[in-house]
Design a protein around this ligand. Structure first.
Ligand code: SIN
Length: 345
């Protein structure tokens, strides 16, 4: 055999070996498993949310991930993406419906765009205290609201909480309804919240959560409503030194998964996930209250903040101002849901 023949045969053998290796690699499934448990069988849930990690939702998401991993012996891995790093609040419901993520927990206000009856949870003063919230969120009304998501392609797992919303401004303290007159206020996309500010003579402006900091910094609006936890963790207080403790509304979250994804899961896995979600919900509803209280105490240390708590009488004045919202809700959706809420509390 001459030299050229030998080189030719070697090249053919080498090419065959390379092709074999490439084919082998592409036919092997890419396994996501950082601890080599249950190779090939691990189910990965991408859980996307928009708030900071050290908030009631951020902490609950991490706790849920940990419980799911423990309860399923690592068969299910929940990957949590905080701070809108995967999707903003404007994008996350569509991403869930497309199946690009498996799990999200948008604020209930954002769900009102899909299911208008959910506005009941956004009515000002619908909850008097944390115990009312817990009864509604974990009781029959909560179940009824979550069931409404099914026809939209979503499986609702639970209602979590952040806390009561307060009013902030860069102008002055907001105490009397007339203090809102002429102000531009950032709001979440919810008709009832927009109307709430219109009744006060202010102009509501819908801005996604991930743009609130920047808009406040640039003085694009004069005020906003949010929980102490969000005001503190996102640093909104730096540009809003007037804070009114009004507890006028409640910021809750709808914890949801893509419906097709959910019904493809084995029954035993669904059960373990439900156990984890229920444990997390009980923990979250207690933890969120503590966290808002602790962070309010921190903010009170800040000498630049002007903090005022509404008196009982002032709250009554606000309630009267907002009464038309209840009438309007009843006109549009009937009185049943409202009655069930009040009965549950
Ligand atoms: C959230 O807590 O998920 C966001 C609330 C907001 O948009 O103000």
């Amino acid at each position: 055999m001459n030299k050229q023949w030998v080189i030719g045969i070697l090249l053919v053998v080498l090419a065959g070996a390379v092709m074999f290796m490439m084919q082998k690699q592409s036919s092997e499934p890419i396994v996501y498993d950082d601890e080599q448990k249950g190779l090939n069988k691990q189910i990965v849930i991408y859980f996307s949310h928009v708030v900071a990690e050290n908030t009631p939702k951020g902490l609950a998401a991490q706790k849920f991930a940990q419980l799911v991993e423990e309860k399923t012996n690592g068969r299910v891995k929940v990957e949590v993406f905080s701070n809108g790093s995967l999707y903003s609040d404007e994008e996350e419901i569509d991403a869930l419906l497309r199946g690009d993520v498996q799990m999200i927990a948008p604020s209930v206000s954002k769900v009102t765009q899909l299911i208008p009856e959910w506005q009941v949870l956004d009515l000002p003063f619908i909850f008097e205290n944390y115990s009312d919230v817990e009864k509604v969120f974990t009781g029959e009304v909560g179940k009824k609201l979550l069931a409404m998501l099914e026809e939209k392609g979503i499986k609702g797992l639970a209602l979590w909480g952040n806390g009561f919303k307060q009013m902030t401004s860069n102008r002055h303290l907001l105490v009397e309804p007339s203090d809102f007159s002429g102000l531009k206020i950032r709001v979440m996309p919810s008709e009832v919240i927009e109307k709430q500010f219109q009744l006060l003579g202010a102009t509501p402006v819908v801005v996604p959560f991930n743009r609130v900091y920047e808009s406040l910094e640039k003085h694009k609006f004069d005020g906003q409503e949010n929980t102490i936890s969000n005001i503190y963790s996102k640093g909104f207080y730096q540009f809003q030194s007037y804070l009114t403790i009004s507890n006028h509304g409640y910021l809750g979250y709808a914890v949801m998964v893509n419906k097709a994804f959910w019904y493809r899961l084995p029954k035993d896995i669904q059960e373990k996930i439900m156990e984890a979600i229920q444990e997390t919900t009980i923990w979250n509803l207690k933890q969120s209250k503590l966290q808002n209280e602790e962070e309010l105490a921190q903010m009170k240390q800040n000498k630049r903040m002007h903090i005022y708590e509404l008196t009982k009488k002032e709250r009554e004045t606000w309630k009267q101002k907002f009464a038309p919202l209840y009438k309007e809700f009843e006109r549009e959706f009937g009185s049943e849901l409202l009655r069930q809420m009040k009965e549950a509390e």
